[in-house]
Structures are given as C-alpha cells and as structure tokens.
Design a binder for this molecule. Structure first.
Ligand code: AMP
Length: 280
C-alpha cells in the first residue's frame, strides 16, 4: 500500500496503474475511518480495480461556525483499517496541495438538487463537496467511485454532477452501515457523550416508525413526518432540524409517500448535528 501526499505523485501512480491495464476505484473520505467506510472499500475492491481511498478534511465544505477545526483526525488508525481492507493507495494531500495559495478561483457550482435540505441549512456545503470531488476525479481518473447512502443527498448531487460534467465514471452506492441499535456509523458520533449516544438512537427510531406506519398503509407524508417529529421530541437532548419525505431523484417533497421515496432527517443531539435517512 502506498501513501501519496502530492498531486504530482498521484498522477504518476494513476499512470502506472493504467499502464498495468488495471481499472481504478475511488473512495473519497474525510478519514476517521469506521466500518461504514470499510463497507465502501470492500465494494470498491469488488469492482476488480486498484482501490484508491482519499483521506482529506476539505475546508471548503465546512461553514464558518461548523466543526472543521475539531473534526476527528486519526491517520494511524485509518492506515491500519486501509491495510486490513487491502487498499492500494491512500491519497492524503495537504491543504496547500489541494488549494494552492489557500484558495480556488474555479468552483463547481451547486445545482438545484443541492439547494434544499442540507444545502439550505449549510450554504456553500455542496459547492465545496462538488469542487473537491471533481478535483479528486481529475487527480485519480477512476472508472468507478463509491459513495454511501448515509449521505443520501450528497450521493444524488454527485451522481448528477458526474453526468453534468460528463465524467466517464460509474457512481456506486453502498447502503448505510449501522450500530446494533440502529445508529448510523459516523465520524461525528465520536463527539457524543455516553448519555447523548444513548439518545442518538432516536434518529433511526423515527425512521423506523415512518417505515412501520407506511407498511401499515399510512401514505400521507405530513402524518408520517409528524410521527417522526414526535419521536424525536421524546429525546430530551434532541432538537430537530428537518424531517422530509422526498422523491429519490429530484429530492422534492411528496404529499403521498410511495415505495422508493426517502425519509430524510437532520437532528442536533446536544452540540452534534447528525443526519440519517431511510428508503421507504
Ligand atoms: P465521510 O468521511 O463521513 O465524508 O464519508 C465518506 C464516505 O463514506 C461517504 O460516501 C459517506 O456517505 C460514506 N459513509 C459514511 N458513513 C457511512 C455509513 N455509516 N454507512 C455507509 N457509508 C457511510
């Protein structure tokens, strides 16, 4: 396994992989790797390709009052997990390498899909995500790129960007990996106190209640959302940001829920903001 820090070395490594006639699968991450990321790495390996994982906490996708400075950085543990998962290359560039001079003059602008939900609450977030993912696509020239359904809107925005910018890259989704009690694995779960961790299960519980009601014949989106809101309110540490049921491709809200629609929510647990979703 190689650890690469610069764009120049990355281009060389890509050229070498291509000369050897191998395909490339990219898994973009911000590090603090957990079993959710490991599932993405295994999916990448199944593509019969050299697996490149990028580990980069991208400053341009964080808002001014967000957790950029305290985002967990656990490079040694990440290295161990990547060795275990037979990763070929870790691309862990510096800020200076990704944003020479500390800035960028060119951005991949947000599309309509990125303006609602997370995009509305975190202005500029998807502009940062799309810009860094486009740069990673240019640097690693993958045939396949693997993303988690945990960040459902991000997955859809990246699928759309890939088409819009004509990247010849297949986007492969991976279902959300959860703790035994249902909490979606997330690098941000590390911020939770023991008491908050216990209460964080309300996100999954609310999604489960929506699914149960839906299975029982309740298709009115407003009533499903109300049931989810009530569940979140039962946890004293929880403060709801949003809950919506949307059409899975347009991410527009629906009145009558159908199978394949997606329930999405964002909840503050104490000072930590968590997101989750479930495809009905
Ligand atoms: P992050 O490092 O949190 O930016 O996530 C990097 C990639 O891992 C994204 O494609 C996420 O959607 C994915 N991911 C994060 N958590 C999970 C999870 N619990 N299950 C599946 N994929 C995940």
């Amino acid at each position: 396994m190689k650890v690469i820090r610069s764009a120049a070395e990355m281009h060389e490594a890509v050229a070498a992989v291509k000369r050897a006639g191998r395909r490339i699968a990219l898994v973009p991450t911000m590090g603090a790797l957990h079993e959710g990321h490991a599932a993405l790495l295994r999916k990448a390996r199944e593509q019969n390709a050299a697996v490149i994982v990028s580990i980069y906490v991208n400053p341009t996708q964080f808002g001014p009052n967000e957790d950029l400075s305290r985002y967990p950085r656990t490079f040694d543990a990440d290295l161990t997990l990547c060795i275990r998962e037979s990763v070929d290359v870790i691309f862990a560039p510096t800020d200076a390498e990704m944003y020479p001079g500390g800035q960028t003059t060119a951005w991949v602008e947000e599309q309509a899909l990125a303006k609602r939900l997370e995009g509305e609450r975190r202005p500029g977030h998807f502009r940062g995500v799309c810009t860094i993912v486009a740069k990673l696509f240019n640097l690693t020239e993958p045939h396949v790129a693997v993303f988690g359904q945990k960040d459902f809107q991000q997955l859809k925005v990246i699928e759309r960007m890939t088409r819009d910018l004509s990247y010849p890259i297949q986007i492969v989704p991976v279902p959300t990996v959860r703790e035994p009690d249902g909490l979606a694995l997330s690098s941000r779960n590390q911020y939770l106190s023991a008491e908050e961790r216990a209460q964080a299960v309300v996100l999954y519980r609310a999604l489960g209640i929506a699914q149960d009601l839906f299975n029982g014949g309740e298709h009115n989106a407003h009533r499903l959302q109300t049931a989810m809101q009530r569940t979140i309110q039962l946890a004293p540490a929880a403060r709801l940001d949003y809950v919506e049921i949307v059409e899975s491709e347009t991410l527009l809200p629906v009145h009558e829920a159908k199978a394949g629609n997606v329930a999405l929510l964002a909840v503050h647990i104490g000072k930590t903001r968590l997101i989750d979703n479930l495809i009905l």
